[in-house]
Design a protein around this ligand. Structure first.
Ligand code: OFO
Length: 170
């Protein structure tokens, strides 16, 4: 059975993952409104991935005999000004999520909850990828400046992204 402290911390993280989905679909809407359909597609896939993260915590909590308590989701930003500003915000958000995952891991280590440590290690590794991906797109957007042709090339590349949930969940 999971401790009350970890249960509460995981419920807070479920809320942050659902907020992440909300933030990315808000970016999806902004990109779609600005006719950058490839960027919008990338955000759609990212939103689905965040929902997957939320449900991974959700299912774990139930399996461990814990109680899922959903909370209100904050309103996300709706106007992102530019692709670079949107992706800079995405990167900062992922850095914030990494910090939260590390804090959760600290609690699991302190409590010697090995099952939670296993789950959280998956998220620690996932965050390395999440930050690296956002960071790479930020760098490329900085590089291209206001070159519209290059922007459309990135748009076309991001339009290829498809989210496929991992088949192994450990
Ligand atoms: Fe973007 O990794 Fe979950 O929140």
């Amino acid at each position: 059975m999971i401790s009350k402290k970890l249960q509460d911390a995981i419920n807070a993280q479920i809320n942050r993952e659902l907020y992440s989905e909300y933030l990315y679909i808000s970016m999806q809407a902004w990109f779609a409104n600005n006719n950058l359909d490839g960027f919008a597609n990338w955000m759609d896939a990212q939103g689905k991935e965040e929902r997957f993260h939320a449900m991974k915590f959700f299912n774990f909590l139930i399996e461990r005999g814990g109680k899922v308590e959903l909370k209100a989701i904050d309103k996300p930003v709706v106007d992102f000004k530019s692709p670079l500003k949107a992706f800079t915000m995405a990167l900062e958000h992922e850095q914030f999520i990494t910090k939260n995952i590390n804090d959760l891991m600290d609690i699991a280590i302190k409590e010697k909850d090995h099952a939670s440590r296993g789950l959280l290690q998956w998220f620690v590794d996932e965050q390395v990828e999440e930050e690296a991906t956002a960071d790479k797109i930020v760098s490329r957007l900085k590089m291209i400046g206001d070159n519209a042709h290059a922007l459309f090339m990135i748009d076309s590349e991001l339009g290829q992204r498809v989210f496929t949930p991992p088949t192994t969940t450990e």
